[in-house]
Write a protein of this length. Structure first.
Length: 232
């Protein structure tokens, strides 16, 4: 009952960074704010936790495609963790914004500017395909397409890491954005992103509809929710 009270209705809202024709410097600046939010508010650690099982079972080399890579901070952390486990990781980034594809290039082995709803790769191209905090950008129809595309190009695992919708997360992000000196656009979009986030049952239902699998969904610390599955 308390959980329901603390969970706001899911909205589509409007994120400024979803607009076309923005100043590239603003886009990159905001993605650096997202990177700091990932560091301090659990986004990166949630995604890495979901990847742990894959890293433990992988061979000597693993390929990871990060769809909607931003500035590539999450896969950079995955690479460092894998190296400690003796696994060599090749990371590939894809983002629809050319300025972000360029900005993330130092953190990846290769980067492509492309459409997440129509990935420019053959089936089963990568061992792991990661979507970190990108699913909430799509309406339900496009979200299903997005998940199907990730499922198509993955060989061994698809990993989704998302925001878990909560009024406490909204309040925490709003306060934290001032302490971390976020750009006003980052603050606005961050709050909208939380309101677009998912509960565990919602994320499970979406994956079921998209790929016909019933995944294990995990609530992570700091209002994150993750899931992963092996492609059929």
């Amino acid at each position: 009952m308390i959980s329901s009270f603390l969970t706001p209705a899911r909205i589509r809202g409007h994120e400024i960074l979803d607009e076309d024709g923005l100043d590239p410097k603003l886009v990159v600046r905001s993605m650096h704010d997202v990177s700091r939010a990932n560091k301090f508010f659990g986004g990166a650690s949630a995604a890495i936790a979901e990847l742990d099982g894959v890293l433990a079972k992988s061979g000597s080399t693993l390929t990871i495609l990060d769809v909607g890579t931003g500035i590539g901070d999450v896969t950079e952390r995955a690479r460092k963790k894998a190296r400690k486990a003796g696994v060599s990781v090749l990371t590939f980034g894809l983002d629809s914004a050319e300025e972000l594809a360029i900005a993330s290039r130092p953190r990846h082995d290769a980067v492509v500017c492309g459409d997440a709803l129509s990935l420019p790769f053959p089936d089963r191209s990568f061992d792991v395909v990661l979507g970190s905090q990108i699913l909430h950008h799509f309406d339900d129809r496009c979200a299903v397409t997005f998940l199907c595309e990730l499922n198509r190009v993955a060989r061994t695992r698809v990993v989704i890491s998302e925001l878990r919708r909560s009024w406490l997360a909204v309040i925490g992000l709003w306060i934290g954005s001032f302490l971390l000196r976020f750009h006003p656009v980052s603050r606005h979009d961050g709050i909208v992103s939380v309101r677009r986030g998912f509960t565990a049952p919602e994320l499970e239902d979406l994956v079921q509809r998209a790929v016909g699998r019933t995944p294990k969904v995990t609530n992570r610390p700091l209002f994150r929710v993750t899931t992963g599955w092996t492609p059929a």
